[in-house]
Design a protein around this ligand. Structure first.
Ligand code: COA
Length: 261
């Protein structure tokens, strides 16, 4: 097979209830072309719609998660084409996935790569990973959450420094700022992410989805409305078979058998 025929995204099944998406454009440092973004949205949606899958993992290569949007694709674009771009709709599809997504980051995680990582719900990073929003180096700014979402996650001043200087931060800083949840040895991020994904996939599916929806809403809702949403999601789970089973299993001192209903 000609290397250019290789899929830009490789979808693997490291366990029967986990789907792993591996960005695969090593020659372009996993630059997120529109074709790759579409493949990511479609693969996530497919995992979301497959009942046996409880959790998704997103990873890149050994030395790179992703180097950002595809600069070559972007080079000839002018504002009118930017406005007609399908990318914002693809990002919305990725943000709308209901099942938890774990990011596993080795090496560079830049621009749209960092934005993709922020669409995931938990991130595990190698201690040699580096995170940045270098778009201002090109005379532009982030366009898919590298300003808006980043500021909500790590705070105004730190996000401002990252966006305005374009300088990357280390994995230790990313952990300290709350951008990632865990740091591991180089080469161990995907394995650890799959382990976490299996742990989550083995838990009550509806509680995992509602838990994700409630925590994620911190970006979208004022506090009072957010508290109401949390309470509604909490109440809704009281009518599920899994709540009955979870409570019964605790009282009967046995492991619960989840049904996802
Ligand atoms: N879009 C398109 N192509 C990219 C790319 C991107 N975001 N990032 C890297 N590439 C390409 C390079 O053009 C080069 O292609 P070539 O071999 O055809 O010349 C190839 O990937 C290797 O890049 P190189 O810079 O030599 O790799 P490196 O390992 O030395 O450095 C990075 C890796 C990620 C530090 C560096 O490539 C980089 O800074 N990339 C741009 C990051 C960026 O500005 N992102 C924001 C985009 S809006």
């Amino acid at each position: 097979m000609n290397p250019s025929d290789e899929a830009v995204l490789i979808v693997e099944a490291p366990a029967s209830d986990v789907r792993l998406l591996r960005l695969n454009r090593p020659d372009k440092r996993n630059a997120i072309s529109t074709a790759l973004l579409l493949a990511i949205a479609e693969a996530l949606e497919e995992g979301d719609a497959t009942e046996a899958i409880g959790c998704l993992v997103m990873t890149g290569g050994d030395k790179i998660f992703a180097a950002g949007a595809d600069i070559g694709e972007m080079a000839p674009k002018l504002a009118p084409e930017g406005l007609a771009d399908m990318r914002p709709a693809l990002w919305r599809r990725i943000r709308a996935i209901r099942k938890p997504i774990i990011a596993a980051v080795e090496g560079w995680c830049l621009g749209a790569g960092n934005e993709l990582m922020m669409c995931c719900d938990i991130a595990v990073a190698s201690r040699e990973a580096k995170f940045g929003q270098p778009e201002t180096n090109l005379g532009i700014i982030p366009g898919a959450g590298g300003g808006a979402t980043l500021a909500r996650i790590i705070g105004r001043s730190r996000a401002m420094a990252m966006v305005l200087t374009g300088k990357p931060i280390t994995a230790e800083e990313a952990l300290q700022f709350g951008l990632v949840a865990e740091i591991c040895d180089p080469g161990a991020a995907t394995g650890r992410a799959v382990e976490l994904a299996q742990e989550i996939a083995a838990r009550a599916p509806l509680a995992m989805q509602q838990g994700k929806a409630v925590v994620k809403a911190v970006f979208d809702q004022p506090h009072n409305a957010h508290l109401d949403f949390e309470r509604q999601a909490f109440s809704l789970l009281f009518s599920t078979a899994d709540k009955k089973e979870g409570v019964a299993a605790f009282q009967e001192k046995r492991k619960p058998q989840w049904k996802g209903r």
